[in-house]
Design a protein around this ligand. Structure first.
Ligand SMILES: Nc1ncnc2c1ncn2[C@@H]1O[C@H](COP(=O)(O)OP(=O)(O)OP(=O)(O)O)[C@@H](O)[C@H]1O
Length: 330
């Protein structure tokens, strides 16, 4: 709210120096997206105020769907996605967003320079401004020298840089990048990581998806993990690991000697409860990461016949699998 222009009226409740609280740069409120019978994103709530957020998850976890909802390419089936309070589907919101998709959609016969210039013109810039922005952006992404070659002959890394250029040329407040580092060599990666940091330093909000947690950890403390369509955890990697350690997990084990195994496991301090029904054992364990490590050793060392082992809390287990370096689909 602004201060009144008329000094004779009563004092306004807020003055010009009061900090104005803007709506979040990006907000997902209980968002679900279905593709026919398949769920892409399941009741996601995520609020971004700025800085860099890393989005990780196994294949099919829902990352690309979440990003396409963020940039208004997809409409939620349920819930709301907004950018600075405006529906993400609305053109006023889209103007504030830059998007680098995971797939390539280029006019392959164009040069990188022509492509970025065309995108600048499509943004509505006049000829000279479109030209200036194109050159400045090509420089930023390190493509000035190679920009006159046809896109058809570009390497994966060069394609990523040109995609990035079209995403940032209009100076958007929210930059959404789907796997921007894939196919880029180590030196190129470092350059792009520096560029992402620079953009964040200029007050931009970046949402970056990757399969590689380690890469994102170099960039940010704010990580969201997706598992089976859900945002399963948000925080620093350390916070997420601690959260998982504290959260008990139910596990079902089918074995030929359930009572004997139950007797052994109940003695552990991380096993909170054991229930035996027929050949089936249901355990409740704290610190599942430690439990699985020990359990693997126990099965290998002893003479245990394990027919089936299944974590009953899918989402927690998927995150755990992911953090342990697996596919998250164990
Ligand atoms: N156009 C579509 N039609 C039908 N199902 C889809 C479509 N796009 C995605 N899905 C499904 O939605 C789920 C989430 O897919 P999404 O591509 O968002 O995941 P992702 O985490 O980006 O995976 P990846 O890392 O492999 O790209 C998957 O089960 C996928 O098969």
């Amino acid at each position: 709210m602004n201060a009144t222009a008329n000094p004779t009226t009563t004092a306004p409740e807020t003055s010009i120096s009061d900090p104005v609280e803007l709506p979040p740069v990006l907000a997902f409120e209980q968002v679900s997206k279905w593709y026919g019978p398949v769920i892409g994103v399941n009741q996601a709530t995520l609020i971004l105020q700025g800085g860099i957020t890393g989005l990780v998850g196994a294949n099919g976890a829902g990352k690309s769907t979440l990003l396409r909802l963020a940039v208004g390419q997809l409409k939620p089936t349920i819930g709301r996605v907004s950018i600075r309070g405006i529906d993400a589907w609305n053109w006023q919101a889209k103007r504030q967003v830059g998007y680098c998709p995971d797939i390539d959609v280029f006019y392959e016969e164009m040069s990188g320079r022509q492509f970025v210039l065309t995108m600048a013109k499509l943004c509505g810039y006049r000829r000279s401004e479109a030209h200036d922005r194109t050159e400045a952006t090509l420089k930023r992404v390190g493509m000035v020298d190679r920009a006159d070659r046809r896109i058809r002959g570009y390497s994966k890394g060069m394609r990523q840089r040109i995609k990035l250029a079209q995403a940032i040329l209009h100076d958007p407040g929210l930059i959404v990048l789907d796997e921007p580092l894939s196919g880029i060599d180590p030196i190129g990666r470092q350059e792009l990581l520096d560029l992402f940091r620079e953009l964040a330093g200029q007050g931009k909000c970046l949402l970056i998806s990757s399969h590689e947690l380690e890469e994102l950890e170099k960039l940010t403390d704010h990580i969201a993990i997706m598992a089976r369509g859900r945002i399963a955890a948000v925080g620093t990697v350390r916070q997420i690991r601690d959260l998982l350690d504290d959260q008990p997990l139910s596990i079902r084990i089918d074995t030929s000697a359930p009572r004997k195994l139950a007797g052994l496991l109940i003695a552990r301090d991380d096993v909170e409860g054991v229930d035996v029904r027929g050949d089936m054992l249901t355990l409740r364990v704290r610190n599942p990461k430690r439990f699985f490590n020990d359990f693997n050793r126990l099965v290998l060392d002893g003479d245990w016949e394990i027919h089936h082992l299944e974590p009953l809390d899918e989402s927690t287990h998927a995150v755990l699998g992911y953090l342990l370096g697996g596919s998250g689909k164990t």
